[in-house]
Design a protein around this ligand. Sequence first.
Ligand code: NAD
Length: 496
Amino acid sequence: MNIATPTLPASSALPAIDPAAGARGLYIGGHWVRPAGRQSIPVVDPSSGAVLADVPDATIEDAKAAVDAAAAAARGWRATPPRRRSEILSRCFELMTARTEELAHLISLENGKALRDARGEVAYAAEFFRWNAEEAVRIRGEFTLSPTGANHIVVDYEPIGICVLITPWNFPAAMATRKIAPALAAGCTVVLKPASETPLTAYALAALYEEAGVPPGVVNVLTTTTPGPVTAAMLADPRVRKLSFTGSTQIGRVLLAEAARHVLSCSMELGGNAPLIVFDDADLDVAVEGAMLAKMRNAGEACTAANRIYAQAGIYDRFAEALTARMSALKVGPGTDASTECGPMITPAAVGKIERLVDDAVSRGATLLCGGRRPEGAGFFYPPTVLSKVPHDAAMAHEEIFGPVAALARFETEDEAVAFANATEYGLAAYVFTQDLARGLRVARRIDTGMVGLNRGLVSDPAAPFGGTKQSGLGREGGAHGVLEFLEAKYIATRL
Ligand code: NAD
């Protein structure tokens, strides 16, 4: 395949991010491996449909080699003093931060998201290295007297072992660093399988980790078009002790079943269907600003995206009007254009799904306030869209829209809002807007989700536990909880 290597703007005097790192091969044991005759995976620019690069398609044999490399590096990395591990993670943070522009550009190219979102992602992604560099030297054990007084209880926290990490395409940098940084802080070695739609960022970051001093084999990266058998082979290897997955609930269920066969520890960050509730007493500007952020970060392609927006009867019309004005003014275009506010969707299939959900809602009685029509031309675009009076039986009230579509519905009472919010199998994030703090906290506690934004449209924070309830997953990433997912408690009963 004849492909022009994408060029990136240099953001520092340091060696540039290598956009073609993935084209050099799978990253296994510190080497770029590209076996001859191997199939390749084209990486498509969603803004144009053009092929940007191609990356190798790993087989089960490659996956076994990656686990071998992680196993070979495990003993040395586990024995590396926490201070040294911390310094290497700090260096990853520094290098990522210094190359924000190049990384953001690469993310925009392969994912399509607006540059401003991509810059935000790089900052967020890098922050997991800083946070976990600080965690690496603060992993504490316990030494307590047993209640009987007969012996002491010693608890040590040990690295859980080799970890298989699987990430989605919507945050190509952050979903990887949110796993890699705590795993490395804990002393684990990893094999990362990024999404085939956006592998270039993962490979470019692998080169950066190497430069930061991460030893060969500690992080391995492979891409594949056959994730089922390739992952199954890795999970079946008794040296692998952990699966950390971010992606859809559907694939999460498949992987949990696979992991159950080998009794593996699992962390699962799955799908969402976030409600956003605006009470009559909300500050209208704050609510609209929050809704724009919760809905339109990443053009709606976020697991935490506000999927259902409920406004109380007294504020509904003003809120709908103000939100529609903001949504219809957004500039749609290629992610890499500096002025773009809403980039393309990841694939034609993603656009098709959004179209289906909008058509279904309209056929059930919803009203289009703006957008709703796919534009002509190249690229996988869908315009910012607002729908009013979306009925509760519309498919979009139950499925992730994953696009720039705000679905509005009216409610009367607090109890009704809570009932609507909880009427989903998902439990990732929710948003509440009110100037009555007591009500805000009360409602936040009644909503069954792992995270709630109160008068705020953004919940993601490397210092906070990110994760969901119900079908949105198991475990937490970030905060003090993140590193615990990669540690095993070892209890030693001691008589002194
Ligand atoms: P996806 O489930 O289709 O794919 C996720 C990853 O799993 C990809 O790397 C994919 O190649 C891999 N995969 C697919 N089939 C597999 C199999 N049989 N075995 C092993 N791996 C397999 O999800 P997606 O479309 O890439 O991402 C969007 C989804 O991710 C949405 O549902 C979104 O809500 C969710 N998400 C959740 C979070 C969170 O933190 N909870 C964050 C981002 C995205």
